[in-house]
Design a protein around this ligand. Structure first.
Ligand code: SF4
Length: 250
């Protein structure tokens, strides 16, 4: 059974284009798993972890109109055949496992990926915060890892967000690319430190402005592009925010 984010009484599984990173612009079926081991204060999928009673802070907690989520109301458990039927209905050969943190659920994802591959899905990607090593049985189905290690701007402790063995593994993996969410210049020093510490090739690094609206993204893109030019990194926007805004399920 896979624990999925629940949206409008169904699972958050939808057909859209990838808006971030190396595969930007390509069509994918997105499968959004619930639960995360981190708790970034600016997380825009907070409905996967910011449960009532949690000790963790999210910046939206300061908004009197915002309430932490009732866990049982935002998780849907589904068996592999039901998920496969839904994915196949979109007639798209590309799938992304996103979250939350999908690699918390590698066993059920492994089972799902095996069936999806047998049913004609030819490309599978994972979006991960880079704190879990892929198990062999899982890795065999994955074509690309979009690894997004969290910086101190996420407000997670270093011990929780930086797992050396995992970052070393992905730095050396031909399947992995790194995406860093940047909202201030000091974040760039942390990226450089991680790049040096784990020997991450510059060509594998994508810098993405933090922002949940087009205006914020635009205000940060110019200087970030200059940084990418100077350091040999890639720039990535958040295309889906420009097109759809910060809406779920599209
Ligand atoms: S790792 Fe991702 S899903 Fe988890 S809290 Fe951070 S931004 Fe949200």
């Amino acid at each position: 059974m896979l624990k999925l984010a629940k949206y409008q009484d169904g699972p958050e599984i939808f057909h859209s284009i990838q808006g971030e990173g190396k595969s930007t612009g390509q069509p994918f079926v997105f499968i959004r798993t619930s639960l995360c081991n981190l708790h970034c204060i600016w997380c825009d999928t907070d409905y996967t972890w910011n449960w009532r009673g949690t000790e963790y802070y999210h910046e939206k907690d300061d908004d009197p109109r915002y309430e932490k989520y009732v866990k049982e109301d935002h998780i849907l458990e589904m068996e592999t055949p039901e998920i496969v039927d839904l994915v196949r209905s979109f007639n798209c050969p590309n799938v992304i496992f996103t979250g939350g943190e999908p690699m918390l659920q590698q066993r059920p994802l492994m089972e799902l990926a095996a069936v999806l591959k047998a049913q004609g899905i030819t490309w599978m990607e994972v979006e991960t915060n880079g704190t879990f090593l892929p198990k062999d049985g899982f890795d065999q189905f994955i074509n690309q890892y979009n690894v997004s290690p969290k910086l101190s701007n996420s407000n997670n402790s270093e011990k929780l967000r930086e797992k050396p063995a995992v970052l070393l593994h992905f730095a050396q993996s031909s399947k992995a690319h790194f995406k860093f969410v940047i909202n201030a210049e000091q974040d760039l020093d942390e990226v450089a430190t991680l790049q040096e510490r784990y020997k991450i090739p510059a060509a594998k690094i994508y810098l993405m402005p933090e922002g949940r609206d087009a205006e914020t993204l635009r205000s940060r893109q110019q200087w970030l592009i200059e940084v990418c030019k100077a350091r040999g990194y890639n720039f990535t926007d958040r295309l889906h925010i420009h097109i759809y805004g910060n809406k779920r399920g599209i």
